[in-house]
Design a protein around this ligand. Structure first.
Ligand code: NDP
Length: 467
């Protein structure tokens, strides 16, 4: 797939940061190597007094892996971007600093705010509308605000600078492959739509269980926790794709309208002790790797009571989904890594007498990384002709040739906000989880514990892991 590139300069603020080195530059490298970044100039900026060589070396190191597997044309493109890249030292919060850097760049420019959230906000507030050339794109990282009100205020700041369709609120889970798998499955197959509703679906689970523990990210994670880090953003977005109404097109406007509509109908119902659970891992081991107690990890303040595992039941209050629980769950340091949406169907209304063996509901599982599709059905098994047995129809879906951040950047560079979160949706995701955050702060939901490497506290819902 080729894309129409409209951005000439990609300005990364936060050149020395973790996101830039670990995710952005490698993602960009794949895009450049595939010839999908157009005639792009890369500019890095940060508050460090780096020499141009230091920045170029950072870019070179990140591009090296892509160069190894690229064809000659791709390697040439990578070298061209590396050679032309420049670095600017600036404090982005200083009055006029970002504006004068922007004025010297060849536009249209995409400004990637790979900065701490507070600094991104100050940088945006430092700009006046007339200092932002037409065509400029603003790329905002998560978390987008820290509450519905702060997200609204940030939206107002951005809206004064550029039009909404020039704002890219990044959610890298909305990488094309995953999104297109859900949308293609739902809307290009006639057999699913008639059963995709409360008449046939018992529950939907969206699970993102990691076997990784804190991995040195206490500074960020201890103030975020699983609910803010994963459910507020990524899992609600996936839920919206599973639950939304069929759009007329998969263009930016129709798709994002459909996402917004279903999120507006969604809420978590009190009492939260019934609809939510939270827990924190204690010491344990994962595949022979010792994991310390979360509360004793470097940089963790145990008194914050940060959860490393969160589960919420979202209700979607519309005709299609009324009464169907959407269980969203994500946690760290779990024994089994699971990234999937599981749709569990209702049992058949009547199983003819005489059948024996398995009689369990059908399940459709959409796996995210690796991208898979599995459908559990009961059929006549071996042995007695009326003895049922469970089989799984299993398909491995082709992976995207880009990394998730390559897909994010392709949308930015081609001027397509389809895979980014629209402003009203960003606010709504906070509206959905804010009451839970407040209830948890008040201590109305106990903080449970689980051993690192286990499957979480006993009694939590969730289907058995996929084979
Ligand atoms: P880091 O702390 O690693 O990097 C922040 C960068 O901001 C540094 O390069 C720093 O430069 C720069 N910076 C800070 N203050 C200023 C300033 N006043 N002027 C200019 N530059 C400044 O953060 P991350 O890279 O981890 O995160 C960046 C953003 O990405 C955050 O919003 C985060 O939530 C988000 N994110 C990060 C992920 C990750 O895995 N790291 C994953 C998903 C989202 P210097 O050191 O020179 O001051």
């Amino acid at each position: 797939m080729t894309s129409q590139t409209s951005v000439k300069t990609l300005l990364i603020l936060g050149a020395s940061g973790d996101l830039t080195g670990r995710l952005l530059l490698p993602g960009l490298a794949r895009l450049v190597a595939k010839g999908r970044a157009g005639d792009l100039t890369l500019v890095g900026a940060g508050s460090d007094a780096w020499t141009p060589d230091q920045w170029q070396t950072r870019v070179h190191e990140a591009f090296a892996a892509a160069a190894e597997t690229a064809d000659p044309a791709g390697r040439k493109e990578l070298t061209a971007v590396e050679k032309a890249t420049v670095y600017h030292q600036l404090d982005v919060t200083a009055e006029g600093a970002l504006a004068s850097l922007l004025a010297g760049l060849e536009g249209p420019t995409a400004i990637y705010f790979a900065l701490p959230p507070r600094i991104s906000q100050l940088a945006c507030e430092s700009l006046r509308p007339e200092q932002v050339p037409a065509g400029t794109r603003l790329v905002m990282e998560k978390p987008f605000g820290s509450s519905e009100e702060s997200a609204r205020s940030l939206n107002r700041t951005l809206a004064a600078l550029v039009p909404e369709d020039h704002i890219h609120r990044v959610d890298h889970f909305l990488g094309k492959a995953t999104v297109l798998n859900i949308l293609g499955l739902r809307f290009a197959n006639n057999f699913l739509e008639p059963v995709w509703n409360r008449e046939h679906v018992a529950k939907v689970e969206i699970i993102f269980d990691e076997d990784l523990a804190l991995e040195g990210r206490a500074r960020y994670y201890d103030r975020a926790g699983a609910l803010r880090d994963m459910i507020q953003s990524h899992l609600l977005q996936i839920m919206a794709l599973v639950a939304m109404e069929p759009p007329a097109t998969i263009g930016e406007r129709d798709l994002r309208d459909a996402v917004a509509t279903v999120l507006r109908a969604s809420s978590i119902t009190a009492p939260y002790a019934k609809s939510t659970r939270r827990a924190r891992y204690t010491a344990g081991s994962i595949e022979g790797r010792k994991v310390p107690d979360y509360a004793k990890e470097d940089g963790v303040d145990p008194d914050l009571g940060t959860e490393t595992l969160a589960e919420v039941r979202v209700d979607i209050n519309n005709w299609r989904w009324q009464g169907v629980p959407f269980i969203l769950r994500s946690g760290k340091a779990l024994g089994v890594k699971r990234k999937e949406a599981v749709i569990t169907f209702l049992p058949v209304p009547h199983l003819p007498a005489g059948f024996t063996g398995v009689d369990s509901p059908n399940q459709l599982r959409i796996g995210f990384g690796p991208d898979t599709l599995q459908f559990d059905v009961d059929v006549n098994g071996p042995g007695s002709i009326f003895s049922l047995s469970r089989v799984t129809l299993d398909a491995e879906l082709s992976a995207s040739e880009l990394l998730p951040y390559g897909e994010v950047l392709e949308g930015v560079l081609s001027g397509d906000p389809l895979l980014s979160v629209r402003g009203d949706t960003a606010e709504d995701c906070w509206r959905i989880i804010e009451p839970v955050l407040k209830a948890w702060q008040r201590g109305t939901v106990p903080l449970e514990e689980y051993d690192a490497g286990s499957s979480g506290p006993a009694g939590w819902s969730g289907p058995a892991p996929a084979e």
